[in-house]
Design a protein around this ligand. Sequence first.
Ligand code: INI
Length: 157
Amino acid sequence: MNIQEINGTLDATGLRVAMVVSRFNSLVAEQLLAGAVDCLTRHGSSERELSAVRVPGAFEIPFAAKKLAESGRYDAVICLGAVIRGSTPHFDYVAAESAKGVAQVSLTSGVPVINGIITTNDIEQALERAGTKAGNKGWDAALAAIEMAAVNREITA
Ligand code: INI
């Protein structure tokens, strides 16, 4: 094939990234943040260029993500939190609205906004995804942020 292709590089040098982190289920969320920072710095980011904003829960993440994305100060925003099923339908509202909000902010702001909010049936599944058996979803979200920031740069260049 002889087509023109855009493939985002995985070089985070000079990348300005904001992370929005929920305080709810902070045992999990803080591990997602640690994974994201580890990924960003191992791909060339400097901690000077990284910011973390904490919000009460996953429901509040899209608001802060929108403010950050529209500030013009960041190349990507990463949303980190854990929505864990409980005995009431509250889980379903928080999970759906946070995911919808993150997608909407990404599309309207023009800045890649990455969904690193995990939704699980129990705390064990959440911990598995925060640096134990199933890897670290914060790390994965950060890798997606690096790639999407590069794709965005290439497309808009
Ligand atoms: N917030 C979370 O981040 N995770 C949850 O699992 C959760 N549950 O299940 O209740 C949760 N609720 C709080 C919510 O995000 C808001 O902070 C709250 O409703 C105030 O708006």
